[in-house]
Design a protein around this ligand. Structure first.
Ligand code: ADP
Ligand code: ZN
Ligand code: ZN
Length: 752
């Protein structure tokens, strides 16, 4: 049998006669350490090159049938598409910590145990029976441990040999059995929840568009993809729930993906209330053991042909649900679905696509602002990668979409109002309390100030480890006094506010830009009595951080929620009537192919938070560039028009998705070492890349050229759409690099 590590397969013996099959997760020794590996094949005869070689043995089966055959097909397809090894892909796909080096015994794994055969069956050591002193010692040892001991402890800790155990076994004095390593807390049997089941909430009465969408999903061909394009507040979730319920009735499981952990609790609550206890979660906010447990629950349910609903973030796309009837990717345009590192650099949407066709499931992509890629596929014939378009054109209850008002900050300035918060925004915020309404205010950055710059030489105070400016953070201690310090948002380095400029020695600094903390402070200063809550990475830490904060806001603890981009996503609060953006400019001018698309998506999503209930909503955008095309599309609310024009531009320019890009990211100990490595790599592959009709651009320093002390360079490859990457296998590329330079291959990078 074989087990993989870093893309290699190894062969192991199975002298203990453990019951091992393809797809099992087993524990094996490797280079003096204990590893978990996946069984790729079981060999009855040894291949010639291994004949006569000494082989290490499989120590235990950790999980039998951890993955199914069909699942391995998915894995292989993803590994190939992402130009990486099956092992790396496996490592990303399985619950973290399951594969690879194993420091200690996790709960509930299967181990081989040696136990004394009960004395009444085989009398205590019979003097007639010929036993060697070592054999006697082993039996005495076992008796000293209550008659049983794990095989691996007998071998490793106690120093007994395998032959000894086999001999005693042959004499009927001991036997081997499989046990769970550490008594696992028993999960309730499937279908029998521990608490008495709550009565399920009844489905809402679907409106015509919702009903049509549910029907279309239900009758869609296996393996097909549908785009559910509903404006914000159109009731997409209701469609997912009704479509999911139909799959469950037919005995098929459902996978529901959300782009961020923060969105999971709300979805989970809604699904459990409607679909019952067979709903499980899977995301990076859970501990490793919990994720293994969720994985096992999927395996058990698949074996028992019991349908489940799994809700999770991108890695949940690999959960071993079977048979799978429906995959939903909510907010399909969201870039969090893309894994940037480690390899494989996969997009959950692409994996979902493959999985839907392999498993015969339907894939529903849901969004109010679909990605350009998906929109393009809506215009292709179905069956040729085409996507069926389902529209929910109106909000529930025919509520209007909120109008967008642009505040030209240049005018505010010209009129002598030099504040962070414009007069129109102030006016709206002042009315909130009297009307019993709430607002969300988006600030592009967390922290207090974006950066500090030196008053004499103009240099920004930089992180010592990264090529980025440090952000000022602040803590209000007692009344009036506050401590400030600097923090890096890339490597989390923290330091005191610098006493002297590293460049010129000056001691005077000027702060620039406002983060969420400063906006809170300004709002509190200008609008007395306005109650505020901050919603950013710093205030939503922990498993339930998002949920707790949103619950407080929903309960009316505050009038305004000030937060970063996570504000824009998914929140459904009826009393929110105002969505404001403080400095849209920070989002507009980003040097990236997709920056317009992503910015417009974000702003429309934010706008979608306002006016979802009975009360009409409004959107207010503060900007210095009111004529920016993105702002114009936002005001007109014509997202489809934007997509069409953007597609046109991309087609004319021969840009993605009308061509293909691949990014090679290198990181090394110094700029020169990394640059040299990148140049060498390019020299080695250039001829073949160009021969296949691709272009090599670079190497060049990455946009952030240093992170956490590692220098980063990149090489961009550009080629015709729908062609294979013109690169040798990953392992070969790695061999072209010194060991201290790392490489990531991103076959379809989101950021260019
Ligand atoms: P979306 O995900 O499209 O932004 P949601 O699914 O969150 O919208 O729905 C918006 C609100 O409308 C939710 O509060 C939901 O409970 C409610 N809703 C959805 N469908 C219906 C319906 N058919 N009848 C009444 N209310 C509905
Ligand atoms: Zn200076
Ligand atoms: Zn840093």
């Amino acid at each position: 049998m074989e087990a993989g590590r870093e893309g290699q397969a190894f062969t192991y013996a199975n002298p203990d006669g453990l019951s091992v099959g393809v797809g099992d997760l087993v524990q094996v020794p490797l280079q003096g350490r204990r590893h978990a590996g996946l069984v790729l094949a079981c060999l009855q005869t040894l291949p010639e090159d291994l004949a006569g070689k000494r082989m290490r043995a499989v120590e235990a089966v950790l999980q039998s049938a951890a993955v199914a055959d069909a699942w391995q097909d998915l894995l292989l397809a993803v590994a190939e598409a992402c130009h990486t090894s099956r092992f790396r892909t496996l490592k990303s796909a399985l619950p973290p910590g399951w594969l690879g080096q194993r420091p200690r015994a996790p709960a509930g794994r299967l181990l081989c145990q040696i136990s004394r055969v009960a004395p009444q069956v085989a009398a205590p050591v019979d003097p007639q029976l010929e036993l060697s002193p070592r054999q006697r010692a082993l039996l005495a040892h076992l008796d000293g441990h209550g008659g049983r001991r794990l095989l691996r402890d007998l071998l490793a800790a106690d120093g007994f040999g395998r032959g000894l155990i086999t001999a005693l076994e042959a004499k009927g004095l001991v036997r081997r059995e499989t046990v769970r390593g550490v008594p696992a807390t028993r999960t309730a049997p499937l279908g029998l929840p521990p608490a008495p089941p709550r009565p399920l909430e009844a489905p809402r009465i679907a409106n015509a568009a919702q009903a049509a969408a549910v029907e279309a999903i239900d009758s869609a061909a296996a393996g097909s993809t549908l785009l559910l394009w509903g404006v914000t507040g159109a009731g997409k979730t209701e469609v997912y729930l009704q479509a999911a319920a139909r799959q469950l009735q037919q005995g098929r499981s459902v996978l529901l993906l959300a782009p961020e952990i923060g969105l999971i609790p709300q979805l989970l609550d809604r699904c459990r209330a409607r679909l019952g206890p067979q709903v499980l979660e899977y995301h990076s906010g859970m501990g490793d053991a919990e994720r293994v447990k969720a994985w096992r629950r999927c395996l058990d349910a698949a074996a028992a042909a019991e349908p489940l609903v799994a809700i999770g973030t991108r890695s949940a796309i690999f959960l071993p649900l079977a048979p799978l009837g429906l995959i939903v990717l909510d907010e399909e345009h969201d870039s969090s679905y893309k894994q940037e590192s480690p390899m494989p650099c996969y997009h959950a949407r692409d994996v979902a696509q493959r999985r839907a066709s392999l498993d015969g499931a339907r894939l529903v992509l849901g969004s109010a602002t679909p990605s350009l890629e998906t929109w393009l596929r809506c215009r292709q014939p179905q069956g040729e990668g085409g996507v069926q378009l389902l529209r929910l054109p109106e909000r529930i209850g025919q509520r209007p979409l909120p109008p967008v008002r642009v505040v030209d900050m240049r005018l505010e300035f010209a009129e002598g109002h030099r504040r962070l918060i414009s007069r129109p925004l102030m006016g709206r915020l002042q009315q909130l309390q009297a009307r019993g309404e709430q607002a969300v205010v988006l600030v592009p950055r967390r922290g207090y100030r974006s950066f500090l710059s030196c008053r004499s030489c103009g240099e920004a105070v930089q992180c010592p480890n990264c090529d980025v400016a440090l952000t000022v953070h602040r803590r209000n201690a007692s009344a009036g006094s506050a401590t400030e310090w600097l923090r890096c948002h890339w490597c989390d380095h923290r330091q005191e506010i610098a006493q002297r400029c590293g460049q010129c020695g000056s001691t005077a600094f000027k702060p620039f830009g406002a983060g969420t903390q400063r906006v809170m402070e300004q709002l509190a200063a200008e609008l007395e009595g306005l109650r505020l809550l901050r919603f950013d990475q710093d205030t939503t830490r922990g498993r339930d951080g998002h949920r707790r904060l949103l619950e407080r806001f929903a309960a009316g603890e505050a009038d305004v929620l000030v937060g970063t981009q996570m504000l824009a996503k998914g929140m459904d609060l009826p009393r929110v009537t105002l969505a404001a953006v403080l400095a849209a400019d920070g989002l507009l001018h980003r040097p990236d192919l997709r920056s317009s698309e992503h910015c417009l998506q974000l702003l429309l999503q934010l706008a979608g938070r306002a006016g979802r209930g009975e009360l009409p909503g409004e959107v207010l955008v503060q900007t210095y560039s009111p004529d920016h095309p993105v702002i114009r599309y936002l005001v007109d609310g014509r997202y489809e028009r934007f997509l069409e024009e953007e597609l046109q531009l991309r087609r004319q320019g021969g840009l993605v998705p009308f061509s293909r890009a691949c990014l090679l990211r290198l990181a090394g100990p110094s700029a020169s070492a990394t640059a040299t490595a990148a140049t060498t790599l390019v020299e080695r592959v250039r001829a073949e890349v160009e021969r296949q009709g691709w272009l090599v651009i670079g190497p060049a320093p990455a946009p952030v050229a240093k992170v956490a002390g590692r220098s980063r360079w990149q090489v961009l490859l550009h080629g015709p759409a729908a062609t294979a990457l013109p690169l040798p296998p990953e392992a070969e590329l790695r061999r072209m690099l010194p060991p201290n330079v790392s490489l990531a291959i991103d076959p379809d990078p989101l950021q260019l």
